[in-house]
Design a protein around this ligand. Structure first.
Ligand SMILES: [Zn+2]
Length: 342
């Protein structure tokens, strides 16, 4: 059962020229689409759950859907991760729900407060055998409860919001986090930029130098492929001017600069929505949910496969499993409880 923390994954991704995709799950079809793609490509993966997903789907349902995925594909390295946790309470709940990794996001707080919140989260998570991602710097865009700046405001003042390399080193030292989400020019949501985005590769390089060994994470890294926006608009949608981070830039950040985890949510939503819109537009009489959710799930499979190649993680499952074994098969304490002793 290679359910694992992110450690064995990032150990290899750090120097291996690949990143692990972290895909947001909200329901059964999305989870199945992600898993089927990763199984076909033999890729490690992170299933991540936001606070919004917890309240939308009910954590009991999500937990069982994810455990079903793990049971169906025991050969795949899978981590279950909290996306954008905002309190230590929520981190504790996720530990109790069997998450193997959590994110604590104090990036909107002043530095000292972010350090305190992140260090508190590390304390409880590490005691439970769970890995921790924190965030430093500021992203643009909108992601559920995470509201950043408008695209225009963000681009104009970009240099002020990017993660500072020296601060990152202090932050790491003071918190003991396992990975760091950095602001390097990406942005949440489907309306990231007015013009084509340019990632601050020099900033990634600086942070890699001041924080050697610390896995870096890119949020807001959907590409918002134009063909899906065109499909949505063709079949009755209204998404003008949606723009993302070009896939070649993501690929460069991963292969050349060593980014270890890339978060992708918007592109899955676009794939699902485009397909469902197409079904409804072509067959307005259709009302069987399986007839539109089924094709939607297939569209997610294709989108995730495409991403696994951008991230260069296809074919890396076996290596990651071997690293997991080498580390002594670390799992959070949650999974070590004996069935007869609770
Ligand atoms: Zn994010």
């Amino acid at each position: 059962m290679p359910l694992m923390t992110t450690k064995p994954m990032f150990d290899l991704a750090y120097t291996g020229g690949f990143a692990v995709g972290a895909f947001n799950v909200n329901n059964m079809e999305i989870t199945q689409g992600i898993i089927d793609a990763c199984a076909a490509e033999q890729s490690p993966l992170i299933l991540q759950i936001s606070k919004g997903a917890r309240s939308y789907a009910n954590m009991t349902y999500l937990r069982h859907i994810i455990l079903a995925a793990v049971e169906e594909h025991p050969e795949l390295p899978i981590a279950i991760h909290l996306d954008h946790g905002d309190t230590v309470d929520l981190v504790n709940q996720c530990i109790a729900d069997g998450f193997t990794s959590v994110m604590i996001d104090g990036s909107h707080h002043p530095f000292a407060q972010n350090v305190k919140l992140s260090a508190d989260a590390v304390k409880v998570a590490h005691a439970a055998g769970v890995t921790v991602e924190a965030e430093l710097g500021m992203l643009g865009g909108i992601e559920e409860d995470v509201v950043g700046l408008s695209a225009e405001e963000y681009q104009k003042n970009l240099h002020k919001f990017l993660t500072d390399a020296k601060e990152a080193a202090d932050f790491w030292k003071q918190t003991g986090i396992d990975s760091l989400a950095v602001a390097i020019g990406t942005s949440h949501g489907a309306y990231k930029f007015k013009h084509a985005a340019v990632l601050a590769f020099d900033r990634i390089e600086e942070i890699m130098k001041t924080c050697p060994g610390l896995p870096l994470v890119m949020h807001g890294s959907s590409s918002v492929p134009q063909e899906f926006i065109d499909l949505i608009n063709k079949y009755g949608g209204n998404m003008p001017n949606a723009k993302g981070v070009p896939e070649d830039q993501i690929s460069q950040a991963v292969r050349k600069y060593g980014v270890c985890k890339v978060n992708i949510d918007t592109d899955l939503r676009l794939a699902l929505t485009a397909k469902i819109r197409e079904v409804f537009a072509k067959d307005p009489a259709e009302f069987d949910p399986r007839k539109y959710l089924g094709p939607g799930r297939k569209a997610i499979v294709e989108m995730v496969k495409r991403k696994l190649h951008v991230l260069n993680s296809a074919g890396k499952a076996e290596q990651v499993n071997a690293q997991w074994k080498k580390l002594g098969e670390p799992l959070p304490n949650y999974y070590k409880k004996c069935c007869c002793h609770g």
